[in-house]
Write a protein that binds this ligand. Structure first.
Ligand SMILES: NC(=O)c1ccc[n+]([C@@H]2O[C@H](COP(=O)([O-])OP(=O)(O)OC[C@H]3O[C@@H](n4cnc5c(N)ncnc54)[C@H](OP(=O)(O)O)[C@@H]3O)[C@@H](O)[C@H]2O)c1
Length: 245
């Protein structure tokens, strides 16, 4: 049985489906299923009988302090409960470039990776680029009538394909860090935001946000793109947009 922390989220929903499609049991670990990762409430019973954990939980914030607080607490609680439950493999999803680009949210992801690496549960960390859904998430988190789009090049990837990589990992042996996972095309985030708005028939002012200073230079230098040989997904962003409702 595989416990999926964040199993109701964008990628988590695909992870749960993929685990079940492969004939394994999945247990969703999230607040709407009675578990709070931030406090650990409900976690021990949720992990009972699980062999592996896939952590795709998340906090939506631009605050570095909130991101660090969430990922520190959630990861710490998951690892401690995992040890008590005899979890043989902890798989965490992270993001390409978090150690090259100093976005406040990424500080939380760095903390998550550090804790997983230092933990006693054997682990695998998979880093992926932005999901195809990411421009839509940016729109939904922007104050109306704006749509804020950081000036960034991305290699967006299908969350379903990332989910398959995570499930492969969880069913196999712990690997430590794996190759980055990215999509087939390199695209500008503000263009994707405009196209999602057009598809939704939603009128908003798209504000491309140049990222300041060192962070901006790191992004312009391709800091969010995979380095070295990546696992490259097959679904293009255009194809995903055509198929999305
Ligand atoms: N979005 C991207 O483009 C992208 C790209 C690469 C990697 N990632 C990483 O992928 C992971 C998942 O991202 P996502 O966009 O799929 O997330 P998401 O849609 O925001 O979903 C977050 C999930 O976490 C759960 N959750 C939040 N707070 C919780 C708490 N206190 N206790 C228990 N569960 C909690 C939510 O369920 P409840 O609300 O029911 O609690 C939900 O299932 C994140 O770690 C993110 O850094 C994201």
């Amino acid at each position: 049985m595989i416990a999926v922390a964040g199993g109701t989220g964008v990628v988590g929903t695909y992870v749960v489906d993929e685990v079940r499609r492969r004939g394994h049991q999945a247990r969703v670990v999230s607040r709407s299923h009675g578990v709070d990762l931030a406090t650990g409430a409900g976690l021990d019973s949720a992990l009972q009988g699980a062999d592996a954990v896939i952590d795709v939980s998340n906090v939506s914030t631009n605050s570095g302090r909130k991101a660090v607080a969430f990922f520190e607490a959630a990861t710490g609680n998951l690892l401690a409960a995992g040890e008590r439950a005899g979890i043989r493999h902890h798989v965490a999803l992270s993001i390409v470039g978090i150690d090259r680009v100093d976005l406040p949210y990424y500080r939380g992801k760095v903390r998550q990776e550090d804790l997983v690496e230092a933990g006693r549960v054997p682990w695998t960390i998979v880093r992926a680029t932005q999901f195809h859904e990411f421009p839509g998430q940016l729109i939904d988190r922007s104050p109306r009538p704006l749509a804020l789009a950081p000036a960034m090049l991305s290699r967006p990837v299908a969350a379903s394909e990332v989910a398959a990589v995570l499930v492969d990992a969880a069913l196999g042996e712990p690997q430590g860090r794996t190759r980055d996972v990215a999509g087939p095309d390199q695209l500008l985030m503000s263009d994707l935001v405009r196209r999602v708005l057009a598809k939704r028939g939603e009128r908003r002012l798209v504000v491309p946000l140049p990222l300041p200073g060192r962070m901006g230079r790191a992004v312009r230098a391709g800091g969010l793109l995979p380095q070295g040989e990546a696992v490259v997904g097959t679904q293009t962003w255009d194809d995903w947009l055509d198929r999305s409702a």
